[in-house]
Design a binder for this molecule. Structure first.
Ligand SMILES: NC(=O)CC[C@H](N)C(=O)O
Length: 226
């Protein structure tokens, strides 16, 4: 039986098709989930994709967080469902309080679009176990509100408990505190990051295939626990 991974489509989602494609390439069965549907259709994990949910009105992710599908995802994520939030999905996870902190306007106030080098700092999460600790990967980054902020106590706690999962290398592209590109919750089942692994899964479209490991990691974990 193949493992089913849901990908939510909100009005304004942009990268849902690429996320479904990445799941298929990794060997999973992608399942399209609709923002108005509370039912997760028995998926084993969920990806919240990048884009401009609800037109980024109010703040990125602030409206999506109240969608019917998120009600169920928030409950199930607290019970251990693996959830990956990519870019706008990371913003939705912070707005949902599944992850601490917030994403703010890039410090230079411009939209940024570049291939970004990252270091994988924690391989003990549902979405990163296929990487080596300290591995350097390159995946695309494209956003206007990618500056990660949290109070000093939260930042210290994230560092002390190994919950900084990815850090920017070479340049800090948006003013994120402590070069943080991605974090996880205490249990490690919920991971959010600003760069886009789902755009780096095929040699043809590149820039690398470094992003595939997110999807193979969760599939291996799900097979092992089923
Ligand atoms: N690529 C994305 O998901 C963009 C997220 C959000 N709309 C931003 O500009 O920050």
């Amino acid at each position: 039986m193949t493992t089913r991974i849901g990908v939510v489509t909100f009005p304004g989602s942009l990268d849902d098709a690429d996320a479904r494609r990445a799941i298929r390439l990794a060997g999973g069965e992608p399942v399209a989930l609709w923002h108005r549907d509370k039912d997760l259709h028995q998926v084993d994990a969920v990806v919240l994709p990048g884009g401009f949910s609800y037109g980024d009105y109010l703040r990125c992710g602030a409206i999506a967080r109240f969608s019917p599908v998120m009600e169920t995802i928030i409950d199930q994520a607290r019970a251990g469902l693996p959830v990956l939030g990519i870019c706008n999905g990371f913003q939705v996870l912070c707005e949902s309080h599944l992850l601490p902190g917030a994403l703010t306007r890039n410090d230079h106030l411009h939209f940024v679009c570049r291939d970004q080098r990252l270091r994988v700092e924690n391989t003990d999460t549902a979405w990163t176990s296929d990487y080596a600790e300290g591995q350097e990967i390159t995946v695309p980054l494209k956003n206007g509100e990618g500056g990660y902020v949290a109070d000093e106590r939260t930042l210290d706690e994230l560092e002390a408990t190994g919950r900084v999962v990815f850090r920017y290398l070479d340049v800090n592209p948006n003013g994120s505190r402590r070069d943080i590109a991605g974090i996880c919750n205490e249990a490690g089942n919920v991971v959010g990051l600003m760069p886009h692994p789902e755009h780096a899964v095929e040699a043809l479209t590149g820039p690398t295939t470094d992003g595939l490991g997110f999807f193979t990691s969760v599939l291996k974990k799900l097979v092992a626990t089923s």
